[in-house]
Design a protein around this ligand. Structure first.
Ligand code: ZN
Length: 66
């Protein structure tokens, strides 16, 4: 199952940053992911983000298992 990386766009400064959350796509689609705190590395704003706020990015695989 390929992993996806979740990013969000900061509410204060508008910069997109990686939340470091990694999960498979099915878990993301099924999960609720309500009100997670993330701190923006650019401006330091700590905000809550909901599932709808996440920007799905393909995670770079660490190693490929055939
Ligand atoms: Zn910011």
């Amino acid at each position: 199952m390929p992993k996806i990386a979740l990013s969000v766009r900061c509410r204060r400064c508008g910069e997109e940053f990686d939340t470091r959350l990694r999960l498979d796509r099915r878990s993301f689609e099924r999960g609720t992911l309500a009100a997670n705190y993330h701190t923006c590395p650019v401006c330091g704003a700590r905000e809550t983000y909901r599932k709808a706020d996440y920007l799905v990015r393909e995670a770079i695989p660490q190693n490929r298992v055939p």
